[in-house]
Design a protein around this ligand. Structure first.
Ligand code: HSE
Length: 428
């Protein structure tokens, strides 16, 4: 009977989920792969820390090198997170001809081309299902399930922390900071939530997904991203009134000229769109293909067992084929593609302004929009606050650079006190 031995780098939230699934589901894993999979060694930071994981017959060590060079280990599972030293560990593992399974979105977003190439050169493979969407098998779906399609677009709610915060603002009428604190108290947000709320976490994930969906060699620099820090309860309530939900949305679109628009930002989605119904910490990915047309995958994007499930299914995929490497998962030849700079991308916009409540103001604002080719769909005077009028404006499709120029000019008007919010709108 073929035995496959695993070296696990990291025994935190995801690592302990991996250990638990490997132990509790061992009989099924054996039945499905025909291989006995054994957790041989685990890299930990502190050998004396008390843990819930059952580590009977598992060697724990603080020495990564001893695992990466162990000739008995065929698969290295990396669940440490962060770029360094994990990137170096993964390179060493591949150079030592070990298969790699990683949950590391940062490393995969930054080094995808080079790591798949290195795996190829060494006759092994690197799997990273757990790097995006936790318990949602989106990478396998894009690579295998939708292989027959030319994909036109991929939209995703890829960050549970921000989706939870936006849901709380909307449903409990909290301001951003209150919702963030609540998310931290309940363990949905990290003590330092910067990577989540700035949109960077989602941008890493979009780099990975759009690369696979469009078979394109993409880097983080191809994605323009912004976070949810400036989203206020007021805009969420106004969005609701107009028939929209605000979500932190990852967007990848193929244009008619085979160019690509890639962005991450707070976005107003019509309530009727399936992504608008994704609440709390859940993730979802909506894909448009020439054959499948529209499809959506939904589930938990993080957590010990959902992410552990993605890691273990990658291990099983490798084990099933082992010792052969059929390379169905290895795509090393993504070409460079033309990504449209954010400036040239087109969107509809929602704007909220505070202006002086006096005659002639609307005319000045409309003049600036007209001059910059920004066509207005609706203007609504929502409120009077301390003698200032609150205006909400919805535009037709406009090039981002024209909108930016209009905003620069609006801010120079004496009658405009503040541009409070600018949010993209669409997917009607
Ligand atoms: N911090 C991420 C989230 C989970 O909130 O979705 C791991 O990618």
């Amino acid at each position: 009977m073929t035995k496959i031995k695993i070296g696990l780098l990291g025994l935190g939230n995801v690592g302990s989920g991996v250990a638990q699934i490997l132990q509790e589901n061992a009989a099924n894993i054996f039945k499905r792969t025909g291989k006995q999979i054994e957790l041989k060694s685990v890299l930990v930071r502190d050998l004396n820390k008390k843990r819930n994981s059952n580590l009977t017959n598992v060697h724990t060590t603080t020495d990564a090198h001893s695992i990466l060079t162990d000739p008995e280990i065929q698969i290295i599972v990396e669940v440490l997170g962060g770029e360094h030293p994990t990137y170096e560990y993964i390179c060493q593992a591949l150079q030592n001809k070990k298969f790699v399974v990683t949950a590391n979105k940062e490393v995969m977003a930054k080094h995808h081309a080079e790591l798949t190439q290195l795996a190829h050169q060494n006759g092994v493979d690197i799997y990273y299902e757990a790097s995006v969407g936790g318990g949602i098998p989106i990478i396998q779906t894009l690579k295998v399930g939708y292989a027959a399609n030319q994909l036109k677009a991929i939209y995703g709610i890829l960050n549970g922390t921000t989706n939870y915060i936006l849901t709380k603002i909307e449903e409990d009428h909290l301001e951003f900071n209150q919702a963030l604190q609540e998310a931290q108290k309940l363990g949905f947000a990290e003590a330092d939530p910067t990577m989540d709320i700035s949109g960077l976490d989602t941008a890493y994930k979009l780099t990975i997904l759009a690369g696979i969906a469009f078979k394109a060699n993409l880097t983080l620099a191809d994605i323009s991203y912004e976070g949810i820090q400036s989203i206020s309860l007021k805009d969420i309530l106004y969005a609701d009134e107009f028939g929209y939900k605000i979500k932190l949305l990852a967007m990848g679109q193929r244009t008619k000229n085979n160019e690509f628009c890639l962005s991450v930002q707070p976005f107003m989605l019509p309530k009727s769109h399936p992504l608008a119904a994704v609440r709390n910490e859940f993730n979802a990915i909506y894909v448009v293909g020439d054959a499948i047309q529209d499809a959506m995958l939904y589930g938990k994007g993080a957590g010990s067992l959902p992410t552990g499930s993605a890691v273990v299914s990658d291990i099983m995929d490798i084990a099933f084929n082992y010792p052969h490497n059929s390379r169905r998962n290895l795509e090393t030849d993504f070409p460079n593609v033309k990504v449209l700079p954010a400036d040239l991308q087109q969107n509809k916009f929602y704007l909220r302004l505070l202006v002086n409540d006096e005659f002639g103001v609307l005319e000045k604002i409309a003049g600036i929009f007209g001059k910059n080719k920004v066509s207005i769909l609706k203007v609504i005077q929502k409120d009077i606050i301390a003698k200032q009028a609150e205006l909400v404006i919805l535009t037709h499709l406009v090039q981002q650079k024209d909108m930016q120029q209009a905003i620069i000019e609006l801010k120079k008007l004496n009658c405009v006190q503040e541009v409070c919010a600018i949010i993209k709108v669409g997917l009607e």
